[in-house]
Write a protein that binds this ligand. Structure first.
Ligand code: IMP
Length: 437
């Protein structure tokens, strides 16, 4: 089937932007299915570097229809700001290629305020290190059934009443946190200004996606964040508030699970995490510094330095299982160049025994583990120019093969540099064979 889910297999920031962009060459439609402006996908096209937070990465491809699905939370100010920025950079015909689900929920100014106030006042062991973009409170309102959806922008009067009701429910929380809610008038004034541009983009996107798949079009379902940040599968409570994993692709795009053909899991050749929460293979030494500096591991939304560590196979095997990963895209292999030796965590030793496939919050007691490492020799050669696996230095090739074997999924693609061309393509699910990016 011609639909492919691209899902992060770690804690996000696996390099999805580049991978989606490469496969987009072969896709007709791209759908973002979860999350909101907490994502930050860096696209590198030629010498141009663009970070998009809400727009699907496929937005730079002129012939691609981009869809923001119903599983997302949308901040209209951020969305319109991104569209305007791309217009400024000379990209045209954007709105005509963009459809926004009328069922996607809105992030409103009070959601951002509450997210920020809560993060600022939480004790150190409770703060989640959120992106402060209002994601949690917006999803909370959705589940509380007082949320406001993009489709509500069609009737601003009714919307205003819904917002007044939702804000009243937040009032005591905001006051207890020492903040002050914005006035209903100010919230509505912004939305009124945005509605004229947003409403024409609204659509029953669930139908659009299903029709596209039925018509044999090639559809890419683009995840954001990563499996270990998924509200159900992740290292709870240090997670985001959406179904970031492949399971969320069906509900977030509004299609049946049997409409999904292939699941590609993206993993870095090492691990990073932003925000708080457990990270068994975290490094606090010169190796960790190498990964952060060579890998430019700083948050694309918040600019925060990312925590860095060795590849965690128990986490990757788990991600492979809960997402049904068919193939892996291994990113940033080039960042390991120059390291004397590379370690890979193959299991966790816990008080109950050895564990090979679980996220750390499912261990009892959580946290009391010792990662079990296998050590492999590094390589010194630069990899950016390599286009076929056989041309990799022997140690780098052995590392790729080891991951493939241990994760139980074949490697479809290896990224050896930030540029689109710096890629080894082994399998392309849209064409069924290797294809040059
Ligand atoms: P929130 O999604 O802003 O509520 O943040 C919850 C957790 O998810 C925090 O640890 C964030 O750092 C993390 N997070 C959210 N979005 C991303 C992302 O795109 N990449 C990496 N981490 C993220």
């Amino acid at each position: 089937m011609s639909s492919v889910v691209i899902v992060g297999a770690q804690w996000g920031d696996e390099g999805k932007g580049k991978i989606v962009d490469i496969y987009m060459e072969f896709a007709d439609v791209v759908v973002r299915y979860a999350g909101g402006p907490n994502a930050g996908h860096t696209l590198v096209v030629g010498d141009e570097k663009i970070v998009v937070r809400l727009l699907p990465s496929g937005i730079l491809r002129e012939r691609t229809h981009c869809i923001l699905g119903q599983g997302m939370v949308i901040d209209t100010e951020v969305l319109l700001g991104e569209i305007d920025e791309l217009h400024r950079r000379g990209h045209s015909n954007l709105e005509a290629r963009l459809s926004l689900s009328d069922r996607a929920h809105l992030i409103l100014p009070y959601h951002v305020l509450i997210d920020t106030l809560r993060e600022g006042s939480a004790p150190a062991d409770k703060a989640l290190g959120t992106t402060k973009k209002g994601i949690g409170p917006a999803y909370e309102d959705k589940v509380k059934r007082v949320g406001v959806r993009c489709g509500d922008l069609r009737d601003l009067k009714a919307m205003s009443a819904r917002i007044a009701y939702a804000m009243a429910a937040w009032e005591p929380t905001v006051r207890a946190l020492g903040g002050e809610l914005p006035s209903l008038q100010s919230v509505m004034a912004k939305l009124e200004a945005h509605a004229a541009r947003i409403v024409p983009m609204l659509a029953h996107t669930s139908e659009l996606v299903d029709d596209a798949i039925k018509a044999g079009k090639r559809v890419m379902l683009e995840g954001a964040q990563g499996t270990l940040l998924d509200i159900d599968h992740g290292t709870y409570p240090f997670v985001t508030s959406s179904s970031a994993g492949a399971g969320g692709a069906a509900s977030g795009a509004g299609i049946g699970p049997n409409r999904i053909g292939t699941v590609i899991g993206i993993t870095k050749a090492y691990t990073t995490r932003v925000g708080t929460g457990p990270f068994p293979t975290e490094l606090d030494d010169s190796d960790g510094k190498h990964l952060r500096e060579v890998g430019a591991e700083f948050g694309s939304v918040t600019g925060r330095p990312r925590r860095t560590g060795w590849l965690d196979l128990p986490g990757l095997r788990y991600a492979s299982r809960v997402n049904g990963i068919d193939g892996l895209a291994l990113t940033k292999l080039d960042v390991l160049t120059g390291m004397e030796r590379i370690r890979v965590c193959v299991a966790y030793d816990t008080p109950q025994g050895r564990v090979t496939s679980l996220p750390i919050d499912q261990l009892d007691p959580p946290g009391q583990i010792t990662p079990v490492y296998v050590e492999m020799p590094g390589w010194k050669e630069r990899l950016e120019g390599v286009r076929v696996l056989d041309d990799l230095p022997a140690n780098a090739r052995a590392y790729v093969r080891f991951i493939e074997e241990q994760a139980g999924a074949p490697v479809y693609l290896v990224s050896v540099g930030p540029r689109r061309s710096e890629t080894i393509m082994l399998h392309n699910p849209f064409v069924g064979r290797a294809a040059a990016p």
